[in-house]
Design a protein around this ligand. Structure first.
Ligand code: FAD
Length: 295
């Protein structure tokens, strides 16, 4: 049993918005894999909750007429892993969610919850940042879009006003078409552990040259983040072994890693140095482009 005061089970987005406006202090809950762990630890004990887990409009993955991919925030990780659309068009997202928790967590935990918890250690956001994914936010009579990257305000705080919730995640055709990507999560255990550093690389090649590259990190700062200055220096660079060995060093000025109870700052810096090259190499190995031979 969990120590909560009330839970309202919303049936539609409008129903959830109405409930949020009527009870502004209530907490949204979807899969509950973060919220319920928090409750056990004394967070929001005795509080009011609004469940959005049964809202059909918040589930599923589809491609629209402009070939943009929509992932509804209530979609679970296992649904993403079994989606033919994701497998065919953005297989790099699979690498970001396949190691989340264990099978039970992937069955109930959602991609929306993984963003909206506002944790820097979450595994899906770096890949979403790399895909320039857009967060769609709905409120009472309002709808707005924001890049997922700028949807974060500060740790555990998203840009959500009273009565607003995340209702869609869009990956635009131009942001995934022709791109390959890969996410590497470095954690102290292989399963059921959060990232010490997570690194996602999404890139596009032109022959044996990097035409575009987006490098993102989990746990390399207070929020999931892009390594923008490194990216700028890497565009137009020839792809070879030296690139894989040196690209991570370029990311160091972009990050702000810390020592915590798990590992030292120095160890995190080492991971920031090595993971981008490994993720990039892995991403390119999935490409049919001749660039693979250039390695
Ligand atoms: C044993 C265990 C292992 C885990 N392992 C990992 C791991 O390896 N990697 C990882 O990244 N995470 C991990 N997690 C964390 C968790 O499973 C994920 O963050 C998951 O994606 C949360 O989704 P949820 O639907 O359960 O979120 P919930 O707990 O329901 O909600 C999380 C937060 O998001 C908000 N929220 C949810 N949906 C919306 C929405 N549509 N609009 C606005 N706000 C919303 C809620 O209000 C809450 O603040 C683990 C958790 C457990 C318990």
């Amino acid at each position: 049993m969990y120590d909560l005061n009330s839970i309202y089970i919303a049936k539609t987005i409008d129903d959830a918005i109405g409930a949020m406006i009527a009870a502004p202090d209530a907490t949204l809950i979807c899969g509950g894999t973060d919220i319920l762990v928090g409750l056990r630890d004394g967070v929001k004990v005795g509080g009011d909750f609004i469940s959005i887990k049964d809202i059909e409009e918040l589930k599923g993955i589809y491609i629209d007429k402009d070939k943009n991919i929509h992932i509804k925030p209530g979609t679970t990780f296992n649904e993403i892993l079994s989606s033919d659309i994701i497998k065919q068009h953005v297989p790099c997202l699979l690498s970001a969610v396949i190691d989340i928790g264990g099978s039970q967590i992937r069955n109930i935990g959602t991609i929306g919850g993984n963003i909206c918890n506002g944790f820097t250690t979450a595994d899906a956001p770096p890949m979403l940042l790399g895909l320039n994914a857009i967060a769609c936010i709905t409120g009472k009579g309002t709808y707005r879009q924001k890049p997922v990257e700028y949807f974060y305000v500060k740790p555990e705080v998203m840009d959500l006003q009273t009565g607003e919730l995340l209702t869609d995640i869009i990956i635009k055709h131009e942001d995934y078409s022709g791109y390959v990507g890969h996410y590497i999560k470095f954690s102290l255990r292989d399963a059921m552990d959060i990232a010490i550093i997570g690194c996602s690389v999404v890139c596009k090649t032109d022959g044996d040259v990097l035409q575009d590259i987006r490098i993102s990190f989990a746990a390399a700062g207070p929020l999931p983040m892009r390594a923008r200055s490194a990216e700028k220096q890497l565009i137009g660079v020839k792809i070879n072994v030296e690139l894989f060995e040196t690209m991570g060093k370029l990311c160091l000025p972009d990050v702000s890693v810390i020592t915590d109870k798990r590992v030292s700052k120095e160890f995190r810096e080492h991971l920031v140095e090595v993971l981008p090259g490994r993720a990039c190499k892995q991403a390119l190995s999935k490409s049919n482009d001749k660039v693979v031979d250039a390695r």
